[in-house]
Design a protein around this ligand. Structure first.
Ligand code: FES
Ligand SMILES: [Fe+2]
Length: 336
């Protein structure tokens, strides 16, 4: 059983539930063989590094005197601590104690290594040694050559992951929050279908939502399908009237209870010759519009108890999402 780190900001039962899940912690391209990389997941500080044996994700703590290994460097295919130069291999075993290079190395000189998988250009980590990789979310377009894949620079929000993901799947806020990007002039939300899936929630939403700079497109029906994968990933596919499809894969990392790093990956099967910078800039604008609201929501934690906030028909996705997070085991502790 994983144990919560010092200064854990989550209720203990929430932490234990989330520790058993997979979460994205870094872009694959951001972790090279040249230098260690620091990340944080569920208040656990992590060091990520690459050796000839592959990717390693470990607690960012040298077993000798507790220095963060992310301050160190890579030497001869091992990570070297910045304090006394101890080296650790890809399995987290100490391979060199420079002060006594020929003495036997105590077995206790080892890093706490966590399960890690690279998928969709992201590094996913579970704090549970028994985690199974088949429980990762699906993103079929990522492997489809018809789609261009664009990784956005990660977003850091001062908000809980649950609030962030819920806002990503909210269909009643476009008019009010996204006036400069893709708002609809009519805020009314038509009836839409929501269903529970083995891993979360699926919502199928058709409406007249278009880029306000293109009034013709705004008059046609756009179909958005949200597929939520518990706890904090959402796959949104938008089918445009002209036949193109844009996917935004929103994978939120619960850095701490009220800090979230969002990894967003876009996939499109149209405009592949257009500059990627435009797509990134547009998505950054959309995310900034949401961030302004979500960082100010109260309580900061997503209320799992449905009686705590008021729900209307337009909130069906959110209601099902909260129900399922509750079934997963979140929200069992009192949270301030
Ligand atoms: S603290 Fe890392 S080598 Fe001493
Ligand atoms: Fe939004």
């Amino acid at each position: 059983m994983p144990t919560p780190p010092r200064n854990c900001t989550f209720p203990v039962t929430d932490w234990a539930v989330l520790a058993a899940c997979w979460h994205p912690v870094a872009l694959s391209a951001g972790v090279t063989a040249d230098a260690p990389f620091a990340a944080r997941l569920l208040d656990q500080d992590l060091v990520l590094y690459r050796t000839p044996a592959g990717l390693t994700v470990a607690a960012d703590l040298c077993a000798h005197r507790g220095s963060p290994l992310s301050l160190g460097c890579m030497r001869d295919g091992a990570i070297a601590c910045a304090y006394h130069g101890y080296r650790y291999d890809g399995a987290g075993r100490c391979t060199l104690v420079p002060a006594h290079p020929r003495a036997p190395i105590p077995g206790k000189l080892a890093l706490k290594v966590f399960p890690a998988v690279e998928r969709f250009g992201l590094i996913w980590v579970s704090l549970d040694p028994a985690a199974k990789a088949e429980n990762l979310p699906a993103f079929p377009e990522h492997a489809d050559p018809a789609f261009q894949i664009v990784h956005l620079p990660p977003f850091d929000w001062a908000a809980s992951a649950g609030r962030q993901v819920e806002s990503f799947c909210d269909v009643a806020h476009f008019t009010f929050v996204h006036p400069t990007t893709f708002a609809a002039s009519d805020p009314a939300v038509p009836r839409y279908e929501v269903e529970a899936t083995p891993n979360g929630v699926r919502a199928d939403f058709a409406s007249r939502i278009g880029n306000v700079s293109d009034p013709a497109a705004a008059q046609q029906t756009w179909r958005r399908v949200y597929q939520l994968h518990l706890p904090f990933t959402a796959h949104l596919s938008i089918d445009f009237p002209a036949g193109g499809r844009l996917v935004v894969f929103n994978a939120a990392c619960p850095v701490s209870a009220r800090r979230t790093r969002v990894f967003a990956v876009a996939a499109r099967n149209f405009d592949r010759d257009q500059p990627v910078a435009d797509l990134i800039a547009f998505q950054q604008k959309v995310y900034a519009e949401d961030q302004r609201i979500v960082e100010r929501q109260n309580p900061e934690d997503l209320p799992i108890d449905l009686s705590e906030e008021v729900h209307v028909k337009a909130d069906r996705t959110s209601v099902e999402y909260r129900r399922q997070l509750g079934r997963l085991g979140l929200g069992r502790d009192f949270t301030a």
